[in-house]
Write a protein that binds this ligand. Sequence first.
Ligand SMILES: [Zn+2]
Length: 115
Amino acid sequence: MDNKTEKKPAIRYYRTRAALFDLISKMKFWPSRTGILHGIRSIEIFGDQARITTHCNREFIVNNSRKSRAARALRNKCTSSSCRECRIPEWKLAKFSSTRFSRHFGSTLSEEAGK
Ligand SMILES: [Zn+2]
């Protein structure tokens, strides 16, 4: 029987220029400075800044810059591990690793949100 249970998530593309807040609102991941991937519980946006609360109850105040360390870390996936306290499920991590960034195509996310 040809029963394929191993289902790979579809590769999705986002634009390199997608704004950081759009990106993290969609992906629900926050890469810490030490390279650990946290799951985001809530994001409160105040103009150009946002307060991110992770599942492990850490708070980060971030600026909406696509050139920031966090935006780069998400694009390049330079995270070494995921936070145990956040308990990010495997399928979410698989989805994250199947996300690609492109300069020329893919969603900018802001268009998707209808802005
Ligand atoms: Zn965490």
